[in-house]
Ligand binder design. Structure first.
Ligand code: GLN
Length: 251
């Protein structure tokens, strides 16, 4: 009996420990096409450009990738508590976030865009950000740079912040808000699936997406940077761009 117990404990310690080591856990918020969204054959797998990058990172370290789909504003806390190994979620590198997590080199250049309803003719009078902020109700996703930009434009007016851009798009279509501030590629992805929303042309600063890790995870960060560099060098990165970003609207 004693031998069996010892054997069980031994097995448990071997499998218990090695199991976690076979995987790297990527945190993401799968409501941000074409970077991460639910798709695949059954429509329930997390797919997209960022997943391809995450797979490459795990592979380069000889590990399998496990994906944790969570709210966007839960990603930084999940990194800090060690619940996930890295976050790839179209996350803009900002000084504010750098206080809590470390970022890889930038892997994608982005910018904000404004979306409105196609049939909203009142926008014919809106040509500047000042007009937009003073006259229109803006919406964005909670905890994003889009929300910060919207707040900046809105001045003293309130901004509607919701848990996902999918919900914000619904809010626009249902006429609860007048305009959305959202990253350019997801904006194009939502336009490709909703022919009743269009872009309100305006200029915004460039933003850069990075892979986030827990502060001080130097080894992991170095290999993530190495992987990104290699993907670019071998042409894989360009393939991911074509496959996941340029082809998204055609799906
Ligand atoms: N790039 C934006 C940010 O970092 C939005 C990211 C997202 O909604 N997934 O805040």
């Amino acid at each position: 009996m004693k031998k069996i117990v010892i054997l069980c404990m031994l097995m448990l310690s071997i499998f218990g420990c090695s199991k976690g080591d076979d995987y790297l856990i990527m945190g993401t918020n799968a409501t941000f096409p074409p970077f991460e969204y639910l798709g695949g054959r059954d429509g329930t797998s997390v797919v997209g450009f960022d997943v391809a990058i995450g797979e490459a990172i795990a592979k380069s370290l000889g590990k399998k990738l496990k994906i944790e789909d969570m709210d966007f504003d839960a990603l930084v806390p999940a990194l800090m508590s060690g619940k996930i190994d890295f976050a790839i979620s179209g996350m803009t590198i900002t000084d504010e976030r750098k206080k809590n997590v470390d970022f890889s080199e930038a892997y994608y250049e982005a910018a904000q865009m404004v979306l409105i309803r196609k049939d909203d003719l009142s926008f014919l009078n809106i040509t500047t950000k000042e007009d937009l902020g003073a006259q229109k109700k803006l919406g964005a996703q909670l905890g994003t740079t889009g929300s910060l930009v919207a707040t900046d434009i809105a001045g003293d007016n309130p901004v509607t912040d919701l848990k996902s851009y999918e919900l914000v798009v619904m809010e626009l279509k249902n006429k609860k808000i007048d305009a959305i501030v959202i990253d350019r590629e997801p904006a194009k992805a939502f336009m490709s699936k909703n022919d009743d929303i269009i872009e309100l042309p305006m200029d915004f600063d460039a933003e850069y997406y990075g892979v986030a890790v827990k502060k001080g995870s130097t080894d992991l960060l170095n290999s993530i940077n190495e992987t990104i560099k290699n993907l670019v060098k071998t042409g894989e990165y360009q393939k991911y761009i074509e496959q996941h970003i340029q082809n998204y609207s055609a799906q």
